[in-house]
Design a protein around this ligand. Structure first.
Ligand code: SAH
Length: 349
């Protein structure tokens, strides 16, 4: 594997330090970032306002291509299968909306948390992604879409708060006014509920959006669906969420995937309302995408409507997400899983 550091994982200050060590003024780092993020240069030779020796050193010491396209699927959402330098693959999803593009980024190869309904979780954990591999996904998505992403959500494969430092480093590059200029409030981190990491995030002083995947309002069921609940049960998780809201003055979004006959009953809606009612939050109800390893079915539309109505009656702010990926088996981890089992790129399937 190519071990040169990824250029898209370098903070501006790290690059300034690198320039300084080569006897170059610090402003060169700003010029390099300009080329990388405003003009999207694919290599240093394009950076014509830099001295030739510096361009050569950049090309020799850094890797410019973190990801390459290994496959894609079309639907309401477009899903890219991206190959990393060690030949492992991750999924990146492009979700077009009327006036902006949302990119759904993976934070790990695989996932260690084994949620019962999730294809990534069932496939197990491989490794953390580097910051440059996450920024690289956003750049690859922008180039595939021919548009600049307005929103980035860390809702692809993996648990972002289990790869905390690299995810935060990537967010800082995405958010920087000299980087990709994506507003903090347009960057969402989604977690399966790592309470200590939520507490740490609350102290970062960032304005990013936090989503918490809840899926059940009682410990017994949540532990069955999401084994992470045994480590951080609901009382601990809710305490961390309350602290996050207090410290950041932001709203938390609770993700709740409706599974027919499992977590979609009227009592469960009321229990959910009781659990999160005291918090400044909203609930996003998500239809379950069918995955092979999990027998559950998505709740019917009337049942989904009833569940939403009950929450609404309890004054919980609730939305129902239209799943754009389900039609192409593009829910979390599914494209990569087929790629792995076929032993070849998923292009054209
Ligand atoms: N690990 C993070 C982010 C990745 S998963 C987290 O747990 O939040 C992104 C979202 O997709 C989570 O809310 C997750 O619970 C949900 N998800 C995973 N598999 C799904 C499926 N088969 N159907 C619907 N939602 C799913």
């Amino acid at each position: 594997m190519n071990r040169r550091p990824l250029i898209h994982g370098q903070s501006l200050s790290a690059l300034s330090g690198w320039c300084g060590a080569r006897g170059e003024p610090a402003f060169r780092a700003g010029q390099i970032w300009q080329w990388l993020y405003q003009r999207r240069a694919a290599c240093a030779s394009a950076m014509t306002n830099l001295p030739a020796s510096l361009r050569a050193a950049l090309d020799a010491e850094f890797e410019f291509q973190a990801v390459t396209l290994a496959g894609a699927e079309e639907a309401g959402a477009r899903k890219l299968l991206l190959r990393l330098r060690d030949a492992s693959c991750v999924e990146t999803v492009l979700i077009p909306a009327r006036d902006h593009l949302t990119v759904c980024v993976s934070s790990q190869v695989g996932c260690a948390f084994a949620c019962a309904f999730c294809a990534s979780g069932q496939a197990g954990f491989d490794r953390n992604l580097e910051a440059g591999e996450m920024v690289g996904q956003v750049l690859a998505a922008a180039s595939a879409a021919g548009a600049s992403p307005g929103n980035v959500v860390f809702m692809g494969m993996g648990e972002p708060l289990d790869n905390y430092d690299a995810v935060l480093a990537a967010i800082r590059i995405l958010n920087d006014k000299d980087g990709l200029r994506i507003g903090a409030r347009r960057i969402t981190v989604s977690t399966c509920g790592l309470a200590p990491a939520i507490r740490r995030l609350a102290d970062e002083g960032m304005q990013i959006e936090l989503s918490v995947s809840l899926h059940a309002a009682d410990d017994a069921l949540r532990s069955r669906l999401m084994p992470v609940n045994r480590r951080f049960p609901l009382a601990d998780l809710m305490d961390a969420c309350a602290g996050y809201i207090r410290k950041t003055d932001r709203i938390i979004t609770f993700e709740y995937t409706l599974i027919q006959g499992v977590n979609d009953g009227a009592d469960q809606a009321r229990a959910l309302a009781r659990l999160i009612g005291p918090l400044k939050c909203r609930v996003n109800l998500i239809p379950l995408s069918a995955v092979e390893e999990f027998e559950g079915q998505s709740s019917t539309e009337p049942r989904t409507r009833d569940f939403a109505r009950l929450l609404d009656r309890e004054r919980i702010n609730v939305t129902v997400r239209q799943s754009k990926g389900a039609g192409v088996r593009a829910a979390c981890g599914q494209l990569r899983k087929r790629h792995l089992s076929a032993g070849r790129p998923a292009a054209g399937v």
